[in-house]
Design a protein around this ligand. Structure first.
Ligand SMILES: [Zn+2]
Length: 88
């Protein structure tokens, strides 16, 4: 089954509610995962797209994900809500 929801910062699937970040009122974010977003704010607001790319790459390599899949995820990153307006 294809994931329906992705973190708009790191592209991780967040179909599982437990993987989603939390809003200030304790509800779950519809847009970001728990690693990127907590208590109503981005965990690392100053992060650059390139930094995110290298983190995502490292994390996926740790999980032995094939290189072509990793590249796909990296290609998706600039189109996510968090990075759309930012020029890398
Ligand atoms: Zn994320």
């Amino acid at each position: 089954m294809q994931p329906k929801m992705f973190c708009q910062s790191c592209s991780m699937p967040i179909d599982n509610v437990a993987d989603r970040g939390t809003e200030k009122n304790g509800s779950k974010s519809e847009e970001y995962c728990k690693y990127c977003y907590a208590d109503g704010a981005l965990v690392n607001p100053g992060m650059k797209l390139d930094e995110m790319k290298s983190i995502v790459k490292t994390q996926m390599e740790k999980r032995h994900i094939p290189g072509n899949i990793i590249q796909k995820s990296l290609d998706v990153l600039p189109h996510l809500k968090r990075w759309k307006k930012v020029t890398a």
